[in-house]
Design a protein around this ligand. Sequence first.
Ligand SMILES: [Zn+2]
Length: 422
Amino acid sequence: MVKDQARMATGAATPSGYFGVKILDLARKLAQWSELPDGLSCTYFSVAHKAVATQLRDWMRSAGLDAKIDAVGNVVGRYASSIAGAKSLIVGSHYDTVVDAGQFDGRLGILTGLVVAEHLQLTGQRLPFHLDVVGFAEEEGVRFGAPYIGSAAVAGCFDESIFQRSDADGVSFAALAGEQGIDLAAIGALARRPQTLRGYLEVHIEQGPVLLQRELPLGIVTSIAGSARFRITVHGTAGHAGTVPMALRHDAAAAAAEIVLAVERRCAHGSTLVGTVGQLDVPHGAINVIAGACEFSLDIRAGDDATRDAAIADIFAALKDITERRGVTARITEIGRHAAVPCAPRMQSALAQAVARAGIEPFHLASGAGHDAAMFAGVTDIGMLFVRCGNGGISHSPLETVTAEDADLAARVLLDVLVNLD
Ligand SMILES: [Zn+2]
């Protein structure tokens, strides 16, 4: 009997592969609601977005959860503990998408939580904490340029300045809030008090090639990378492309090119460090004119802030050398900086033990992308489980894939963690 219970606890009572097949089927169904005729786009409070919320709520109710859609559009389903006054453990991720998205970014985590909660309900297992499966309404920041609207509200760090923002059609968040009946008091009421939380877990597609390359289905996230973003403008001297000798030029584009390569070289050192120049422009440039100015973006991320800041210092020292040598100047504007968020060691070890029990080598990696989990870092213990991303690790694209086998393993590991956490 005891042995049977242990088997059931880790999902052995459910036919092998059942969770994974179901998760992929539900993700495909959710992807039918889209703002694009041929492709997936589901941005905050669009018609498609509201349809997805309603569907998630209905599936949660069918699974036996007490489910509702909250003031900012999060779908929250509770599988209640039998213990009075129990704390809650949130298993969440987001259901909004980028434009022309894949089916699994965010949704994989919600659906994994859903099938696991349904399994607990069907097998009559109660946990020592309430299990709250949450589909966050907004993480990508597509509509208002402000990410994490849903998770920030629940974590108690909602940024009121979002009310001043407008979308591409000129609709302000304030106007949308009025139309949807969202007010600040209702948003404030969504904030969970830290003492009521047992933890936060998120299953997410890796969105990169590391697990694929290591031939591992799952990975345990150590931290969510911190980032720093800059806009840099190099000012040189414009001139005639035919008449100014090479030795006498102060070419802003050539200086920028050298800086881009310095970024690439410096960020090649360090396992979690990455540096990207994703935008590069010669304002008013022409084919027969030496570039008088060159503007570019710089995005630096690392698993810890010291690594990131050391790289930034070296890159700016190189930039100073390059601009001085070339007789050009540079203006640097910092446009954002976010601290790295470590995952709780206790959650990492609970996940690693469950991964090992599933017969998989526990492999730890940092997340280069931001996730809803980051909002909860100062509030409760957070843990994240990455699932292998197929097709070379492509995400934010219709080419994003996850296999049913990997999704199944993720669900079994999540179930194991929940059952064995306390
Ligand atoms: Zn995501």
